[in-house]
Design a protein around this ligand. Structure first.
Ligand code: KG4
Ligand code: ZN
Length: 414
């Protein structure tokens, strides 16, 4: 739509928000009359209270987020009742801020989408009960969202990506490889057998007491490791990537964490310092852990690409690999994945870092995707529950392991 500006005397293409404001001044209700669908997304699955208003074309009309990272850094990890309390204290304000920033009226919303699985039970509960109350008040449809599906589909908001594509989801609570065939059509190729990579990085960062490091005191563990690793030498220590012999797409990070713990203990002895003080070799340790983790992620993803191509699940050329989730905001890991995509004639796509970590935009966008696909939209919210544990898609990881694909060695010069 073009609007003539009297002052400038030229035609210009106004922002979506301006169009809504303009229409509202004539008492139009864009959501209900002729403009795009608009969804309010609410996310509280872990330690971020986030909300956003997104329209059908992917315009972010309003957004707000309250991060609990600094609080949980002080307690040395997420304490679920504390997270729950902070969600309770902030959710109303955050949703209100997102709505106000969007300048639309809540009656213009087409639906409300909220993360209901998987995640921390106490955290999910706050978002769900708040959303259901709002759904009742506004008489809008409700769209329950799977947190990992939302991470996977975020790329379709930022880039033009068609199905199918491969996705590597790496966060503080999850690690999985999946083939995305449709909005709610996922094939699970592999997942972590123990902890998630973000969890491992958070634990290593805590063990290295990076909260006391002047440059990283407010950063999440993973971000602190990435930051410090830039000053370190990854060749200083040698750690073998996990699951070296298992020819599947599963992951493991507990072993890497334990080996790193041992290195830290040895170094503390050598440097004659107590646990809780910062090692002079902290940056080298961070660089080694980050590199070993990147190699492990690349190896499993490489096998997933070969498997999908072998089964014609992905095109032979220009297949898309998407990396998302908090750990995918790490640029060292992105570079490592780029080496892989260059070697396999694929394209690597990652959402911008702020859309890799938890946010309300990805939830609202997943709501839009569902509205467009006409699936998973509830008009009756009776009996809806949150689910702390919930698998993603159809699990074909056994089949992947049985294919026993050998992966060629790549030179990981990052
Ligand atoms: O996706 P996310 O915000 O929340 C979960 O669903 O888990 O991911 C949070 C995780 C944390 O473990 C954090 O340490 C890690 O992502 N993370 C990073 C970076 N930024 C956040 N890990 C590596 N490098 C980063 N730059
Ligand atoms: Zn997440």
């Amino acid at each position: 739509m073009l609007i003539l500006t009297k002052t400038a005397g030229v035609f210009f293409k106004p922002s979506k928000r301006k169009v809504y404001e303009f229409l509202r001044s004539f008492n139009f209700h864009p959501g209900t009359l002729f403009l795009h669908k608009i969804v309010l997304g609410i996310e509280t699955s872990c330690d971020d209270t986030a909300a956003a208003v997104v329209d059908e074309t992917g315009n972010v009309l309003g957004e707000a987020i309250h991060s609990q990272t600094e609080v949980h850094l002080k307690t040395g990890g997420i304490v679920p009742p504390v997270a729950q309390q902070l969600h309770r204290e902030n959710i109303q304000r955050i949703v209100q801020e997102a709505l106000s920033a969007s300048r639309i009226s809540s009656s213009d919303l087409s639906a409300i989408a909220t993360t209901i699985k998987p995640g921390l039970a106490l955290s999910l509960g706050v978002g769900l009960s708040f959303s259901l109350q709002l759904v009742g008040q506004l008489k809008k449809p409700f769209i329950p969202i799977h947190h990992m599906e939302a991470h996977a589909l975020t790329i379709r908001l930022t880039n033009k990506v068609e199905f199918p594509f491969l996705v590597l989801l790496i966060s503080g609570g999850h690690c999985l490889l999946a083939l995305v065939q449709g909005v709610s059509d996922f094939l699970l190729l592999g997942k972590s057998l123990d902890i998630a990579p973000g969890d491992m990085l958070d634990k290593v960062a805590r063990r290295l007491s990076l909260i006391k490091h002047p440059e990283c005191s407010t950063m999440s563990g993973g971000k602190a490791i990435e930051h410090l690793a830039k000053q370190g030498n990854r060749f200083h220590f040698d750690i073998k990537p996990p699951l070296h012999r298992a020819k599947n797409c599963d992951f493991s990070f507990t072993g890497l964490q334990h080996v790193t713990d041992k290195i830290i203990m040895k170094k503390e002895k050598e440097e004659g310092i107590e646990k809780g003080q910062i090692l002079s070799s902290a940056a080298d340790i961070a660089a080694t852990v980050q590199h070993t983790m990147a190699c492990h992620l690349v190896k499993r993803t490489h096998r997933a690409i070969l498997f999908c191509k072998q089964r014609d699940l992905l095109p032979q050329n220009n297949a898309v690999l998407v990396a998302s989730g908090g750990v995918a905001s790490n640029f060292y890991i992105r570079k490592a994945l780029e080496i892989l995509t260059n070697a396999t004639q694929c394209t690597l796509l990652c959402p911008p870092p702020r859309l890799c970590t938890d946010n309300g935009i990805m939830i609202a966008w997943n709501g839009i995707e569902r509205l467009r696909a006409g699936s998973g939209i509830l008009h009756d919210i009776e009996g809806i529950r949150y689910e702390p544990k919930c698998p993603l898609g159809v699990d074909i990881s056994k089949e992947v392991g049985e294919a026993s694909i050998k992966v060629p060695q790549l030179k990981m010069e990052i």
